[in-house]
Design a protein around this ligand. Structure first.
Ligand code: SF4
Length: 334
């Protein structure tokens, strides 16, 4: 059996006829496909006979579209690989954006050992979630789970999600829509299932679809870091309120409100924005702490490495006495 791989070729080939007549095409590839990016550029350029401009900034999600900056250098269309569109902002793109799915090929593996582990880890009623690369395996997984006595369900998400059961690092709406006691995450890595663990507090089993390996998404270490960050930020006087200009992460109105709340609580607050948020944006400014209204995962994954506390929006609200600290309030994008 062939090794599972990411199939980007089918999507590019199917898209090419829709780009006929374009002179200049922008291309965004997700971080995991960067090693193949130049190959993708070459294939796209050959198929649509256009100049292809590869976007050099990181592309973390469909939140991260490069339509506006690339329209300023005259692209006729943008090809965005690997992420599904966010339906709520598809009407306001600066140029036509073509989302090209990238599916992980290969069959679902669910050996006896994995089923035993799922039984030990989970109650009988589970929700099933996954990312764009494995959505095509959800039906088969549900059939397998039913044969093993699980009652499984797939939830519908909100305006940020393009498909039932889809999970983002900032949205577990498809999981939270379900009245279940635990979840099976179909996919690889801990980034996405951690969203569900943090936002529901329920057990989340991670099933690697192609090796059948089962692990548990554990939120404990992250929760300890989050509460430690809130505590460390408590005495901070001068705050950065960070916002992104990216269409799927822009919450400037919220940032302005938070800055006002910080000032009302006798702290200083400054609005600081850019495409992607990093500690370098604060270098030399002399701020004591920051809150991020852009991607909340910057605080959760990168925050512990910053030299000042970096909070998510609900964490700042805890600090300001505007919400309870338990259960942990994950910063879900609407
Ligand atoms: S988790 Fe962050 S990078 Fe991923 S879709 Fe949400 S805002 Fe974008």
């Amino acid at each position: 059996m062939a090794e599972p791989r990411f199939d980007w070729e089918s999507g590019i080939d199917a898209l090419a006829p829709h780009l006929t007549g374009t002179k200049r095409v922008g291309l965004q590839v997700p971080e995991g496909l960067r090693p193949r990016a130049l190959e993708i550029v070459a294939r796209l350029a050959q198929l649509c006979d256009a100049e292809v401009l590869l976007w050099g900034e990181p592309t973390f999600g469909a939140c991260d579209l490069a339509d506006r900056p690339l329209s300023e250098v005259g692209v006729d269309a943008l090809v965005h690989l690997g992420h599904l569109p966010m339906p709520y902002h598809t009407d306001c793109h600066a140029v036509p954006v073509h989302f090209v799915p990238v599916q992980h090929t290969g069959a679902l593996e669910l050996p006896r050992k994995s089923i035993k582990q799922l039984r030990e880890m989970l109650p009988k009623s589970v929700g099933v979630v996954t990312t764009a690369q494995h959505l095509q395996l959800l039906d088969e997984l549900q059939t397998c789970l039913a044969e093993e006595g699980f009652a499984s369900a797939v939830g519908e998400g909100g305006p940020r999600l393009a498909a039932p059961g889809q999970l983002l690092g900032c949205s577990s709406a498809a999981a939270r829509a379900l009245n279940v006691d635990g979840y099976v995450y179909l996919g690889t890595g801990v980034f996405h299932p951690l969203t569900v663990a943090l936002s529901t507090g329920k057990p989340v089993a991670c099933l690697d679809p192609h090796s059948g390996v089962v692990t548990e998404a554990k939120a404990d270490r992250f929760l300890r870091q989050r509460y430690a960050a809130i505590s460390a930020a408590n005495g901070a006087q001068r705050w950065a309120v960070m916002f992104s200009t990216q269409i799927g992460q822009e919450r400037l109105t919220l940032a302005e409100r938070l800055a006002e709340e910080l000032r009302t609580s006798n702290r200083e607050a400054f609005l600081i924005g850019g495409i992607h948020q990093s500690e370098t944006q604060l270098a030399g400014l002399g701020v004591d702490a920051a809150v991020i209204t852009a991607c909340p995962r910057v605080a959760i994954e990168d925050g512990p490495t910053w030299s000042i506390p970096l909070l998510t929006v609900p964490e700042l609200q805890i600090l300001l006495g505007k919400r309870e600290s338990e259960p942990y309030p994950f910063d879900e994008f609407p």
